[in-house]
Design a binder for this molecule. Structure first.
Ligand SMILES: Cc1cc2nc3c(=O)[nH]c(=O)nc-3n(C[C@H](O)[C@H](O)[C@H](O)COP(=O)(O)OP(=O)(O)OC[C@H]3O[C@@H](n4cnc5c(N)ncnc54)[C@H](O)[C@@H]3O)c2cc1C
Length: 468
């Protein structure tokens, strides 16, 4: 992969894509394939954004490769390459262990239905009616139903059922019971179609393949290069400032956070009052903590499942799920098969978290709290991998501060914004000709599949704009 230095790039491009997350990368690839002159500029030294990895000792830790819907296969095949699509493989086993139930599923509709009927004692007709309601949800319909109302309609008083249906989605994207049911319906139905999938070879291989493909299609890539400003002429994009250098372009696709894009890179004075009123209502999504655990060379873990949703909380509560007093953790276990040819085992524990709980600590407090997070995670993991402390040679923790530092997302937001962010993102180009945004927003357009597909949608919009 040839990452250029900023002094090697051209003075002018058709499109500048700012940010190498999955939305930015996919948008850039579609545009480059369509023959446009594209510059992709990433402020970090590594591509991927939240979909990233890092190396420590002999380990490679995947940050966000826990699972995504099967739709990712089609997205990779259509907008990247057939070869990349062939790396998509199903996750075999998803386990839940909490005071209300312990069970294993492959997260397909048939298995899930069977569990809801036989383990939870629900009527088959009720489960099918629930699925029908989800399948009938249309993004363009006016529907103000919340998740709480949706679950109350089909499973009144059944906190255990709500936990099974909602907990993985809350872990995945920070959704609460007060979110519009349409966001749950779309995300849940995407997963339910054929279960959960992963990228064999790991995030490092996928990003390498993406960078190679971009280069093959003629895009220029630069890293450690921050978009600082989007330049306008007569209300339309005419260029951008990257690390102090002015570069001309006809359109910018920002993959950074939508609020940074509006307030920082464009500037409030360029927008209508009506639009700014909507922007002010946009809430960022919550953040995450993670603990990365690497096994000593030669140590093994017997198969205990690929994804384990664990909790000691007596019932399901999205509020408790993001509390700093952690009761719930998702473990992703990476066996050597994830990276064929390797003998490495790693475990990544993920916890939802609030930025506010971490931001005001002194450096000493912060280090102590991170260590506590590691120790309590190992204590809890010992139930599933007895003697875990004796098997490992590396641990490290990430917090909302880490996520903010590496991606520039306000509050270290792991899934962009709540639902209202989607309209603001989609209408950016109606306010400023040539300014587009593709990055996690509105819950629906986030996660690997949502972000990549949103990049495609925006690439098509840019194509239309440049040809109009
Ligand atoms: C802990 C965790 C676990 C997750 N697990 C999963 C999972 O299992 N499955 C799943 O589907 N999703 C998962 N996700 C979510 C998923 O990774 C993200 O939703 C998705 O990768 C976001 O893509 P994006 O296009 O919005 O860009 P982001 O990943 O947000 O990347 C934006 C990029 O833009 C760059 N950037 C920002 N500002 C600028 C600027 N001014 N100039 C230049 N570059 C800039 C950033 O450095 C970054 O590289 C997880 C997220 C987290 C945090």
């Amino acid at each position: 992969m040839a990452i250029k230095r900023i002094d090697e790039i051209a003075d002018s491009y058709d499109i500048i894509v700012a940010g190498g997350g999955l939305g930015g990368l996919t948008g850039a690839n579609v545009l480059a394939r369509n023959g446009y002159k594209v510059l992709l500029t990433e402020q970090h030294f590594q591509l991927g954004g939240l979909a990233t990895y890092f190396r420590r000792k002999q380990h490679i830790f995947d940050v966000a490769l826990h699972g995504f819907p099967v739709g990712m296969k089609k997205t990779l095949r259509k907008y990247w390459s057939r070869e990349m699509a062939e790396h998509i493989a199903p996750v075999k086993s998803i386990r839940f262990d909490n005071p209300q139930f312990s069970l294993e599923t492959d997260f397909t509709e048939s298995d899930f239905t069977q569990k809801l009927v036989s383990v939870f004692g629900l009527k088959l007709e009720t489960v099918q009616a629930f699925y029908r309601e989800l399948a009938g949800m249309n993004f363009y319909d006016e529907n103000n139903m919340t998740n709480r109302e949706l679950f109350e309609k089909y499973f009144p008083g059944r906190n255990d059922v709500v936990r099974l249906l909602m907990e993985p989605i809350t872990y995945a994207n920070g959704s609460t019971l007060d979110e519009p049911a349409i966001t749950y319906g779309i995300v849940f139905s995407n997963f339910m179609s054929q279960g959960v999938y992963t990228f064999t070879g790991g995030t490092d291989l996928m990003l390498q393949m993406m960078a190679d493909e971009l280069e093959k299609n003629g895009a220029h890539l630069i890293n450690r290069a921050k978009l600082e400003k989007i330049n306008l002429k007569n209300g339309k994009v005419c260029g951008a400032v990257i690390n102090g250098k002015e570069v001309e372009c006809r359109a910018v696709l920002s993959n950074g956070n939508i609020l940074n894009t509006i307030h920082e890179y464009i500037g409030d004075h360029n927008f209508s009052q009506n639009y700014l009123d909507k922007v002010r209502k946009v809430r960022l999504n919550t953040s995450s903590c993670q603990v990365y655990i690497g096994l000593k060379p030669g140590e093994k873990i017997d198969f205990i499942g690929d994804l384990l949703f664990t909790s000691t909380c007596p019932d399901f509560s999205p509020e408790k799920l993001i509390s700093k007093d952690v009761t719930s953790r998702t473990y992703s276990v990476y066996y050597p098969e994830v990276r064929p040819g390797s003998n490495d085992y790693t475990v990544v524990a993920s916890m939802n978290a609030r930025f506010e709980d971490w931001v005001n600590m002194t450096d000493t407090e912060y280090l102590l709290e991170k260590q506590k997070l590691i120790e309590t995670t190992l204590d809890s993991l010992d139930k599933y991998i007895p003697g875990i402390r004796g098997k490992i040679d590396y641990t490290e923790a990430a917090t909302p501060r880490t996520f903010q530092r590496y991606t520039l997302h306000g509050g270290g937001s792991s899934f962009g914004t709540k639902f209202e962010g989607l309209e603001v993102s989609m209408k950016l180009s109606e306010e400023i000709g040539g300014a587009f945004h593709a990055g996690s927003v509105g819950i629906i357009m986030s996660g690997w599949l949502g972000a990549a597909n949103y990049g495609v949608i925006m690439a098509h919009n840019i194509d239309k704009y440049l040809n109009s």
